[in-house]
Design a protein around this ligand. Structure first.
Ligand SMILES: Cc1cc2nc3c(=O)[nH]c(=O)nc-3n(C[C@H](O)[C@H](O)[C@H](O)COP(=O)(O)OP(=O)(O)OC[C@H]3O[C@@H](n4cnc5c(N)ncnc54)[C@H](O)[C@@H]3O)c2cc1C
Length: 447
């Protein structure tokens, strides 16, 4: 496609996470020719974990030409088991066989590196439209020059770095976004501190050779199954990735480490004995699994969200992904929503014929995306509260609801609830953007 402003509009993107990569790729495919991506990390960054590739994500990865890596790695999920963490008793079983038929794609899981590399390779294939600048953090942003400027620092530059001019800046710099921080400061809004959820997550991977000696554990790697063990305040999810060669394990538990050291980074190498202590009362199968993790390979993430922002846009600057709607992992939609943002932004900017309408176009993007992304953030939080509740009455109601799932009742695990999957997976954000663009543009003009 050839966007009218493709040859002229200078686009600077802060961050090459899932949102930044997908935004750069979608814009380049719309015909934008001058896209610079500034990434603080030396390379694509921390990718040592699995990720849910739901139908609403795979659909876009395929359309963006970023599917080959993921296709080799991904595992199709057929069943999801929810079990009691302490007793291993089965609370619910959901089949996912209908997902492909209903939403045109199966539910898959994959290695985050496959997703990141797939997007990156597709970006590189569109070189020189997209230029990557790794090891080059965005330090500051000037909203008040005629067009936005960002201050970046490449490794060879002094502490002050240098200013780079752009026509459009996209903040895809994640939950700790500098672009968001400056946007809020500028508008006099103080609430930039992300809300502390009090939760943290361990991310662990076990290779096939570490599981082979134990048929019970090996079966977790070989089945096309997600297993979820829940208990008060804690959960463990395990699923196979990388074509059944790696078992990905993700947990959620009360945050003690980061809370004890509030200035520490939000991702850290964690202590294996502390992890075993947190899950000591879990069933022998889970404890056996966690004991296999090599000492130096436990990674802990602090889970952060923030209150919905008043706006995602200021002048010619817009936010995407975790920079504007960080989420808890309970719906497995964080990366998917970041990528939907990028895809919709590209559709909207592709329709731009006059640079003076850039700010309005960004507001159209916000109208198309904000309500959906924020509703899923809320849904993920609700699901987490219900699943991990410490309240006995809530636990009893939840477990009774699990028993009614096979009779067609709503699933307390929102990730597999039919109504939620219809809303999340059944939605085509590109078709929606095409259908609602004119109406949203008219609303923005009228404001
Ligand atoms: C434990 C856990 C499990 C999860 N599981 C899933 C899942 O199964 N499925 C799913 O869809 N989502 C999942 N998510 C959420 C998902 O990882 C995020 O929502 C998604 O990565 C957001 O993408 P993003 O590009 O907005 O931000 P990020 O992926 O965080 O990328 C931001 C990028 O910006 C860079 N950056 C930061 N500051 C600067 C700066 N100043 N200058 C330049 N670059 C900068 C960072 O280095 C990073 O590369 C999970 C999250 C957690 C914490």
């Amino acid at each position: 496609m050839t966007a009218t402003l493709g040859p002229t509009l200078r686009i600077a993107i802060a961050g090459s996470g899932m949102g930044g990569l997908a935004t750069a790729l979608a814009l380049a495919r719309q015909g934008f020719e001058h896209i610079d991506v500034y990434e603080a990390a030396r390379d694509l960054g921390f990718v040592g974990a699995g990720i849910q590739v739901a139908p609403n994500l795979s659909r876009h990865l395929q359309a963006l030409g970023a599917w080959a890596y993921i296709d080799q790695d991904a595992v199709e999920m057929e069943e999801v088991f929810v079990r009691s963490g302490t007793t291993d008793e089965k609370l619910a079983r959901s089949t996912l066989a209908h997902i492909r038929e209903r939403y045109g794609q199966p539910h898959r899981v994959a290695h985050r590196a496959a997703l990141a590399n797939g997007l990156y390779a597709a970006c590189k294939a569109l070189s020189p439209r997209i230029q990557f600048h790794f090891n080059t953090p965005v330090l500051d942003i000037d909203y008040d020059s005629p067009s936005p400027r960002i201050r970046v620092r490449a490794p060879c530059e002094g502490a002050e770095g240098r200013w780079v001019n752009a026509d459009l800046v996209i903040g895809a710099d994640g939950v700790k976004s500098v672009v968001r921080k400056r946007m809020l400061t500028r508008s006099g809004e103080l609430d930039d501190d992300a809300e502390d959820t009090g939760q943290a997550a361990y991310r662990i991977m076990l290779r096939r050779d570490q599981l082979e000696h134990d048929p019970e554990l090996l079966s977790l790697l070989e089945a096309n199954t997600t297993s979820r063990w829940i208990a008060t305040g804690r959960q463990i999810i395990a699923y196979p990735i990388s074509n059944h060669t790696i078992l990905n394990i993700a947990t959620t538990q009360p945050d003690t480490n980061f809370a004890a050291a509030p200035t520490a980074t939000w991702t850290t190498r964690a202590d294996k004995s502390a992890m075993l202590g947190v899950y000591a009362d879990f069933c022998p199968r889970v404890v056996k699994l966690l004991r296999l993790v090599p000492g130096g390979e436990v990674c802990e993430w602090k889970l952060r969200v923030h209150h919905p922002l008043r706006t995602w846009v200021a002048g010619a600057v817009a936010l995407v992904g975790d920079a504007c709607h960080p989420t808890l992992p309970h719906l497995g939609q964080g990366a998917a929503q970041a990528i939907e943002d990028g895809v919709v932004l590209a559709v909207v900017l592709g329709k731009l014929t006059d640079a003076k309408d850039l700010g309005r176009s960004l507001l159209v993007y916000e109208r198309l995306r904000k309500a959906r992304a924020e509703s899923l953030v809320a849904e993920a939080a609700t699901s987490g509260r219900t699943l991990l509740s410490a309240d006995r009455a809530t636990q009893a109601a939840r477990d009774a609801a699990f028993r009614r799932v096979k009779e067609g009742g709503p699933n307390p695990d929102k990730w597999v609830d039919g109504k939620v999957t219809d809303y999340v997976y059944g939605f085509d954000c590109v078709a929606d953007a095409e259908a609602r663009y004119e109406e949203c543009f008219a609303e923005v003009v009228a404001c």
